[in-house]
Design a protein around this ligand. Structure first.
Ligand code: ATP
Ligand code: MG
Length: 665
């Protein structure tokens, strides 16, 4: 004890072996015991304790013997050596230094055992941690011996490969499981690791024994032997099927989303374009509607004014006509009257155009050969355009007749050609073209066959604003007094009244094209020779009933007729006219206005026919207020009429009337 204390080793004493066994523990570093104390004792207890030590522990014993008491010559020492395992014998008497050094050595050895114990403890703990982590991370552990291709796997690893935890799993079985398309990838990764020593990282598909497909991710490392030769690959495996599925579905939804975005964007762009187009179309239609409404209102206004004006002019003209006869042969008076007549005639021409624009002129619509019509005007047109303008005719073959008023169309053509000429002060070329077209229903035009008359020039053309306003009445760019601005409006009104249309197109600096569409007809052409130019046959004295609600007109007509030598009865309404017919026996002819309050001209004619079936009736119409669809088969006389026109019409009717059996009474 004293020696141990001296050597700096803390120590305690036990008086018996039993006490020693009781005292022994993991913290005991060294036991010093005398041979004598052991000799008679039962060593079984000590032996039991020693054998029960943990693997790291080998408690050192120092047995103090008597001289010559070593195990080689001392059977009791041999027994001790066997029982105590880690034992050193020290013969007495010994030098204290020898004892101290021996005790130190033994203690140091014991302390190293403690270190080993701690190391083992740490190792165990870290192994436990690793196992927990592997379990938590669902990582299967594996290793493979390169030399023997022996595969070692953890139970979880086998489960990842679809096997039971305790099932046998070999390297060939593993290779067999890998998807054919992935085996190349796996082998390439393995070879690279073996060649370069780099980590082994690979993902591949495997087919489980139940044939289901799974994805695994395998990471590993090479282990080398002391010579640096790769001995084995060690690593972990993980089932990544869920992740792969999620990735795939994410990829799919991303692609789907991208596709949907592309499609939706395209759709939006499309509907946006459509909306824009619709807006612009609607604006266009609204513009057209506004323009049409404007024209309609102007038309109504103009038509009303022109109608009244026309009647007044008629009174003026007929009175002037008569006045000429009554004033004495005085050249001055004759000149004045002529001036007045001319002025009134120009006024009448103007109102005629206004009525045409208002689509209220009396039209005489017949099937007409447009080619013949245009050809017939060639001379007049050539004279009108002058020598600096070339005039070309392009007249189609086998054209159907058009349902038009030939006189009015001639006027329209002349107007178009004059417009073209005016647009070419330096000269140029005018092409008059006639062809037949089938038009689909478009704008104001019904679907059907049309004869198209177009006049194209190489003149100044019109800008957008001028083109848009060109058909407005009184719109003219010509200097004051040169143009009335009624040419195109009249032509437009005529075309529409005939069931056709006027189309203008123009490019500034290039020229203008005006197209007139007239409905084609399958009716045969009537005899071209018209009676309207028939020479005046002075009619014999007749009794004529004049009916007009306008007293002024009635009066001037009466005057003209009386001047022609006829006997005239005047009535100012349909009813009074019928009275007159009943009261007067022999009336040879009735001339009636169409538009009258109460009973119009057509109704009067019908009633009159009942009274006098054979009496000729002449309908005087200022404009076409005869309702559409009503077919009145009566000879007509357009207002204003001159005395000569009146005379011609009367003699024609009376001549025809003479062919008929004369009316009784
Ligand atoms: N062929 C054309 N080339 C260029 N501009 C034209 C043509 N035809 C018509 N225009 C334009 O349209 C306007 C109206 O024409 P419109 O025939 O209605 O009247 P105007 O010719 O001016 O007068 P008016 O016909 O009474 O002599 C013209 O003033 C002119 O500006
Ligand atoms: Mg004109």
């Amino acid at each position: 004890m004293a020696l141990l204390h001296e050597a700096g080793i803390p120590a305690g004493a036990c008086s018996t072996i039993e006490a020693l066994i009781h005292t022994l523990g993991p913290d005991t570093t060294l036991v010093v015991v005398s041979e004598e104390a052991m000799r008679s004792a039962d060593l079984a207890g000590v032996k039991f304790w020693i054998e029960g030590q943990p693997p790291w522990s080998d408690l050192p014993f120092i047995v103090l013997t008597r001289r010559g008491g070593g195990p080689e010559s001392n059977p009791s020492a041999a027994r001790l050596a066997e029982a105590l395992a880690n034992v050193t014998f020290l013969e007495r008497p010994f030098h204290p230094t020898t004892f101290a050094s021996m005790a130190h050595t033994a203690r140091k050895a014991r302390l190293r055992q403690y270190e080993a114990r701690d190391r083992l403890e740490e190792l165990r703990e870290s192994q436990e941690r690793l196992a927990t982590a592997m379990l938590a991370g669902k990582l299967g552990a594996w290793s493979i011996d390169i030399e023997t291709e022996t595969l070692l796997t953890s139970p979880l690893c086998r489960e990842i490969y679809g096997l039971k935890p305790d099932e046998r799993f070999t390297y060939p079985a593993l290779l067999e499981m890998i998807h054919r398309d992935d085996i190349g990838t796996m082998q390439a990764a393995a070879e690279r690791s073996l060649d370069t020593g780099e980590d082994y990282n690979v993902e591949y598909r495997i087919l489980w024994p139940d044939h289901s497909e799974h994805w695994v991710q395998v990471n590993g490392r090479t282990l080398r032997d002391d010579h640096g030769k790769v001995r084995s690959l060690v690593g972990v495996a993980m089932d990544i099927t869920d992740r792969k599925m999620t990735e795939a579905s994410l990829r799919q939804s991303k692609e789907w989303l991208e596709q949907a975005v592309i499609e939706r964007t395209a759709e939006l762009e499309q509907s946006y374009a459509k909306v824009l187009k619709e807006i612009s179309q609607r604006e266009q239609v609204e513009d057209q509607l506004r323009q049409a409404q404007k024209m309609e209102i102007i038309g109504q206004l103009t038509g009303g004014v022109a109608h009244d004006f026309n009647n007044l002019l008629m009174a003026v003209l007929s009175n002037l006509d008569l006045l000429k006869k009554y004033v004495p042969e005085d050249p001055r008076s004759a000149r004045l009257i002529d001036g007045a007549v001319q002025g009134a005639k120009r006024g009448a021409a103007l109102t005629q155009r206004l009525l045409a624009f208002a689509r209220r002129q009396a039209l005489k619509v017949d099937p007409t050969d447009m080619g013949v019509l245009a050809e017939g005007m060639r001379n007049l047109l050539e004279r009108s355009v002058g020598p600096t303008v070339e005039l070309h005719f392009k007249i189609g073959k086998n054209l159907p007749p058009a349902m038009v008023d030939a006189n009015q169309v001639e006027l329209a053509l002349l107007n178009l050609v004059v417009n073209a000429r005016d647009a070419m002060p330096e000269g140029g070329r005018i092409t008059i073209e006639i062809d037949s077209v089938k038009s689909p229903a478009k704008d104001d035009l019904k679907a059907g066959p049309y004869v198209r008359l177009s006049v194209t020039d190489t003149g100044t053309g019109m800008d957008g604003e001028t083109l848009a306003r060109a058909i407005e009445p009184f719109f003219s760019t010509k200097e004051l007094g040169k143009g009335t601005g009624l040419g195109l409006s009249m032509i437009h009104g005529l075309a529409v009244q005939l069931g056709g249309a006027l189309r203008l197109s123009s490019t500034p600096g290039k020229g203008t094209r005006a197209e007139l569409y007239f409905p084609a007809t399958s009716l045969a052409l009537e005899d071209a020779v018209e009676t309207r130019e028939a020479p005046i046959q002075p009619a014999s004295r007749a009794r004529i009933l004049v009916v007009d609600d306008d007293v002024l007109i009635a009066m001037s007509t009466v005057d003209m007729l009386e001047d022609l030598g006829h006997e005239v009865i005047e009535a100012n309404s349909g009813a009074s006219a019928l009275e007159a017919l009943k009261a007067n026996g022999g009336v040879d002819l009735m001339i009636t206005d169409f538009s009258m309050p109460g009973m119009n001209g057509a109704q009067l004619a019908e009633a009159a026919h009942k009274l006098r079936p054979h009496m000729p009736i002449l309908l005087a119409t200022g404009y076409a207020e005869i309702p559409k669809g009503e077919t009145i088969d009566l000879p007509r006389l357009g207002k204003p009429y001159s005395q000569a026109q009146l005379a011609r019409e009367i003699s024609r009717l009376l001549a025809n009337g003479h062919d008929r059996p004369s009316a009784p009474g």
